[in-house]
Design a protein around this ligand. Structure first.
Ligand SMILES: [Ca+2]
Length: 472
């Protein structure tokens, strides 16, 4: 009987212990498993009472294995002590949990810091590269500046050399001038003043119209468009050239021949260009430039200057037969002009263009030449226009070339004016003179292409045309 009781107590105790442990585990798991409640069913074996229940008056015999209230209170104390420890441990665990969170935060912060550091590092790297590039660029610029400086120094030195050379040449020129003056003086003493060749008077006309001027002499060294024109100063001694009209350009209009450009215009041709003419009384064909773009067209151009590409300092034979290029500068020939103008009553139009592109005109109501036996004497009608009348002073004058002096001057005007013209002594215009670039020119004897009433004797025109057409 006692054994059964003891066994029952033991079972009770173990169950209670398990219950305690169960609660401990629940607390440790922070209530995550609330569902798992600590529940126990105490199975107490059914006792079979087979005899009378006796109660001992002396009490049960002391059993060393018997659980007493003291034991239970001890266990409770132990249990409460363990609970406190568990609470302490829980506290520690909580603190540890905070630490872990802090650790996590710190780790996160650290990651952020790392990322920021990486970013800063990249920026720094980029900055370093950029600065290196800048420094390279700076070095290149420095090199260029150095090169430019050295080039500048080289040019400055070259300029100094040229300056020196120029001053030397200027000194030579001065010496030459002095020498020339001395020689002239000596010449005067040797031959006497009266034996010196006469010099024609300069044009004294004060022009009504003065073309705009660029304010400087452009021909101190003569500018020619090509090398065919003579350099200034060499013409005095150079013989006149002898070649005549050049080979016709390929754009020649082969229809015709017509008697003049007015007939070409009447035949329905409206574009200016090269045409074939056959004048009455002449045998051969002649090529001319027909101007149809001016004053209703029909103008036969017999003289044209525009770029200095043709030398006009030529002999009688050249001026008689003609020379130059039909689509450029040319002289149609005195014989051709004579034959043209004797076909009827013709008027003359002189077109002048200055160096700013302004064009002026001089028109003469009639025009023809006399025969070669009269040295192609010029016959003009009355003037009208806006260029001024500079050609009337040549009216009635025969034609003069370097090799055939027919002018009214004691010397040869062709020699001084370097062309061929109906010189008087020598006259107010020189449209077959030297083509100077730029307008105002320097010349001892006024040999430029001048029209005294438009610019005076020292303004060489840019382009000139002389053309005829039957009188309306
Ligand atoms: Ca003469």
């Amino acid at each position: 009987m006692r054994g059964v009781t003891c066994w029952m107590w033991a079972v009770l105790f173990l169950s209670a212990w398990d219950l305690v442990l169960c609660h401990l585990r629940r607390r440790r798991s922070s209530g995550a498993d609330d569902a798992k409640k600590c529940a126990y069913t105490f199975l107490i074996p059914q006792q079979k009472i087979t005899g009378p229940i006796c109660a001992s008056a002396t009490g049960p015999e002391p059993d060393k294995d018997r659980v007493t209230r003291m034991d239970i209170s001890d266990v409770r104390e132990v249990l409460s002590k363990q609970r406190r420890e568990i609470e302490t441990l829980q506290l520690v665990v909580d603190v540890d949990g905070n630490l872990v969170n802090e650790m996590k935060l710190l780790r996160k912060e650290s990651r952020n810091m790392n990322s920021r550091v990486t970013q800063l590092y990249m920026q720094l790297l980029h900055e370093i590269i950029r600065k290196r590039d800048n420094s390279l660029e700076l070095a290149q610029l420095e090199n260029r500046v150095l090169n430019a400086t050295s080039e500048m120094l080289r040019l400055a030195s070259r300029y100094k050399e040229l300056e020196l050379r120029f001053s030397q040449l200027a000194a030579v020129v001065n010496n030459q001038s002095v020498l020339i003056s001395a020689l002239e003086e000596q010449c005067l003493h040797t031959y006497g003043r009266q034996e010196l060749p006469a010099v024609p008077p300069l044009v004294q006309v004060v022009p009504e119209n003065i073309p705009p001027n660029n304010g400087r002499f452009t021909n101190e060294i003569q500018h020619n468009n090509n090398n065919r024109a003579f350099p200034r100063g060499s013409r005095m001694d150079a013989p006149p050239t002898t070649s005549t009209l050049a080979v016709p350009p390929p754009t020649l209009n082969t229809e015709g021949p017509f008697k003049d450009c007015f007939q070409v215009r009447q035949a329905g041709h409206t574009s200016s260009g090269m045409y074939l003419l056959k004048t009455e009384g002449s045998e051969g064909l002649i090529q001319v430039w027909c101007e149809h773009g001016l004053d209703n067209g029909g103008w036969t151009v017999f003289q044209r200057r525009r770029d200095g590409s043709v030398n006009f300092f030529r002999n009688w034979e050249n001026y008689k037969k003609g020379f130059g290029n039909i689509d450029s500068e040319y002289w149609l020939g005195l014989e051709n002009i004579y034959n043209l103008a004797k076909q009827g009553d013709y008027q003359l139009l002189v077109e002048l263009e200055d160096w700013v592109g302004k064009k002026v005109y001089a028109e003469y109501s009639s025009f023809h030449l006399e025969a070669e036996s009269e040295a192609y004497r010029l016959r003009l009608g009355t003037y009208q226009g806006n260029a001024g009348d500079s050609l009337s002073s040549h009216n009635g004058k025969p034609f003069t070339t370097l090799d055939r002096d027919k002018d009214a001057f004691s010397g040869n005007c062709a020699h001084f004016h370097k062309g061929g013209w109906w010189y008087n002594a020598c006259g107010q215009t020189n449209l077959n003179g030297v083509w100077y670039s730029g307008g105002v020119y320097r010349s001892k004897f006024q040999d430029g292409i001048f029209w005294a009433d438009y610019g005076g004797g020292f303004y060489s025109l840019k382009s000139v045309r002389m053309m005829i057409r039957p009188i309306d």
